[in-house]
Design a protein around this ligand. Structure first.
Ligand code: PLP
Length: 430
């Protein structure tokens, strides 16, 4: 007999250790997950599902990849934690820089929240300015100054901001509508000399998936450069997931094809995929900025378990398995899934749109046009999504339990998995 929701709720607030794991956005109570392999998760009652949560991004190779598990077992046998630099930390940092050139220097941390929090502190420390610009609907983890209009779990819970964030912590965070070039230009005209940094998801994926409007990231980069602000690109979710060099790499390749000089982030944050399912995240960026971090510079940041050897082993093994074939497979399966589900919805007259950024995608029920701003994304039919979620779950498909989340395929998903997803969506739509 598994631990049921009421026993979990009697000890864990809400029965969970991270809010989006609760089914508040769709109703009902999740059965604990017992194990996962390949494209499947199995719950504590022994029911198997085709998994589209993928641990919220890390499981790009599918669950329990044998090479990754072996790397973890070997690392664990050598020692769980030393509190000193290991060779593999260096190798993982080099692997990141080899794929993502703007990460000239890399600091490993344990969570995406730490990476973005450190990026903000570094930008403020380097510029001597206070104001941070962020976009409504972009989630950058749960540090105080970034927990304003933050999408993801807050959007699911229907709350704009967290309680417990002081006015002082939020007062220097300027929130703008995503994709709004006029608002961004006006903010720089008014506050230019006070802006320490602009932070954005490389492509928003915490209000559903949103494709950045053409030229939007470039405009941010240009304004930041002209005004001496730091451009922080958050690739915690998109990094090595949307494409081989994150979403930045997709825009870089398009620019190079068009003969245009690609824009560059000053700082970039990673997480999820670079830990392969273990707690590894990173801050990377321009050498002159990164060298302002302690012990070289005056901006303090530290972590007892940063670069943990077992976690790094999982991340390194995962990164080394991320060949172009992985992304080709993800892209082809995404095309098949989107065509199938979208076709089924269209045949049944279900109004919907698809948001897509590289290999990432999500569906918006009730919206004929894919949204760009959070306001537009929030107008989707969340009640219809809740019905859809439960029908899919009953049919053995594990979707993210929120209309504001991206769907995650893995290299282990097959065309047969996708066809099962499409069949379940068709059965719901009729
Ligand atoms: N940034 C983005 C874009 C994210 O999607 C997330 C988590 O979903 C974070 C930061 C925070 O990462 P973590 O949950 O590891 O703290």
């Amino acid at each position: 007999m598994s631990i049921r929701a009421d026993r979990a709720a009697a000890i864990l607030p809400g029965g969970v250790n991270s809010p989006v794991r609760a089914w508040n956005g769709v109703g009902g109570e999740p059965v604990p997950i017992a194990s996962a392999r390949g494209s499947r998760v199995t719950d504590a009652d022994g029911r198997e599902y085709v998994d589209l949560v993928g641990s919220w991004g890390p499981a790009i190779l599918g669950h329990t990849h044998p090479t990754v598990v072996q790397a973890v077992q070997e690392a664990a046998a050598r020692g769980l934690s030393f509190g000193a630099t290991t060779e593999r930390e260096v190798e993982l940092a080099e692997e990141i820089r080899g794929r993502y050139a703007p990460a000239e220097r890399v600091r490993l941390v344990s969570t995406g929240t730490e990476a973005t929090m450190t990026a903000i502190r570094l930008a403020r420390g380097a510029t001597g300015r206070d104001v941070i610009v962020k976009f409504a609907g972009c989630y950058h983890g749960h540090s105080d100054s970034l927990l304003v209009a933050a999408g993801s779990g807050l959007a699911t819970a229907g709350v704009p901001d967290s309680a417990g964030v002081t006015k002082g912590a939020a007062v220097d965070t300027l929130v703008l509508p995503y994709g709004d070039e006029d608002a961004l230009t006006a903010a720089f005209a008014e506050h230019g000399q006070s802006i320490a940094a602009v932070i954005t998801e490389a492509a928003p994926a915490n209000m559903g998936t949103v494709q950045p409007p053409a030229g939007f990231n470039r405009l941010i980069a240009t304004l930041c450069r002209n005004e001496g602000a730091v451009f922080i690109v958050d690739e915690v979710l998109t990094g090595f997931r949307a494409g081989p060099a994150g979403y930045w790499g997709i825009e870089r390749d398009a620019d190079l094809t068009a003969g245009v000089e690609p824009w560059q982030p000053d700082l970039v944050t990673f997480g999820k995929v670079i830990g392969g399912g273990m707690p590894v995240a990173a801050l990377g960026g321009r050498a002159d900025l990164m060298e302002q971090l302690a012990p070289l510079g005056p901006v303090y940041q530290a972590g007892t378990l940063s670069g943990n050897p077992v976690a790094v082993a999982a991340g390194l093994a995962t990164m080394r398995l991320l060949t172009d074939d992985v992304y080709t497979h993800l892209s082809a399966l995404g095309d098949r899934l989107i065509a199938g589900v979208s076709g089924a919805f269209a045949d049944a007259g279900v109004t919907h749109s698809v948001g897509r950024a590289g290999t990432l995608f999500s569906f918006f029920l009730g919206l004929a046009d894919a949204p760009v701003t959070f306001e537009q994304a929030a107008a989707q039919d969340t009640a219809a999504f809740a019905r859809f979620f439960h029908a899919m779950h009953d049919a053995g498909i594990y979707l993210p339990p929120s209309a504001f989340e991206t769907w995650f395929l893995s290299h282990e998903h097959t065309e047969a998995d996708v066809d099962a997803i499409v069949a379940a969506a068709s059965a719901w739509a009729v």
